[in-house]
Every structure is written in C-alpha cells, then in structure tokens.
Design a protein around this ligand. Structure first.
Ligand code: CU
Length: 138
C-alpha cells in the first residue's frame, strides 16, 4: 500500500515537472513527395532556472533542426541554431517566418489523424515529448 501511494506521488510529480509548457504544437502538411516540413508551437519555461534545448529528434524523421531567420544585406536567410535557451518564465513562439523546427527525412507522409512525435533534449539530461498535429496552415 505504501509502495503504491509513493508510486502515485512520484508519477504526479513527474507530470508536474515537465520542463516546458507547450501550447498548440502543429506541423505543416506538405504536398505528396515532399519529405521535409516545419513544426511550430509556443514554448514556456515554467521553472525558475534557464532551460536549454540542445537537440530535437523524431522517431519519424531522419533529423530535426532548430531554424531561425537572419537578415543578410537585403536577403533573409534561414539559419541553423545549435541550441535554444529559455530564461526562467520566458515564452518563445515558434511560428511561420520566424523560429521553427525543421523536420527532414520523414519516413512516411504526414496524415491529419496521426500526430508527429518530437522529442526535446535538454542540457540537464531531461527530455520531453511533444505531439505535433499535422495541418495545412495555422
Ligand atoms: Cu528551416
């Protein structure tokens, strides 16, 4: 009995300790034959210490990268970010035309009824799974 109460307590603490609050994760449906897409969401660091995302992976894609945009003279270029740090209680929006997750090498076409799993890897060793809902636009 004590064991199961302890287990339930740990399980609920585990849920409360999710590193980031994630709002509205979605991934863009692409035309047939295109195995690359982008995912968007709003991330919020709920904790009192900074959080650094060091890598993102998906079991359904060969790679996922953090991309942003940078003004280069009169051109805007997509840039690769090695990591993304959120200050305590900072909200970071990932949206079209700005910061996004570039998903490359999808193993199968996205389908509206099948969310894409994205796993965030933090510098403190924790991970967090996100289910991004495929849709054609925001
Ligand atoms: Cu990109």
């Amino acid at each position: 009995m004590k064991y199961s109460i302890g287990f339930l307590l740990l399980a609920s603490l585990g849920l409360a300790a999710e590193p980031l609050a994630v709002d509205g994760p979605w991934v863009r449906l692409m035309p047939p034959g295109v195995n690359m897409t982008a995912a968007y969401m709003t991330l919020r660091n709920q904790g009192d210490s900074p959080l650094t995302i060091e890598a993102v992976r998906s079991p359904e894609a060969s790679s996922v990268m953090l991309h942003g945009y940078r003004q280069d003279g009169d051109k805007v270029r997509m840039t690769h970010l090695d990591s993304l740090t959120l200050a305590p209680h900072q909200t970071q929006v990932l949206e079209p035309g700005a910061l996004h997750l570039m998903v490359m090498g999808l193993s199968a076409p996205l389908a509206v009824d099948k969310p894409l799993t994205l796993t965030l890897y933090f510098s403190d060793g924790r991970t967090q799974d996100i289910l991004a809902r495929p849709r054609s636009s925001q």
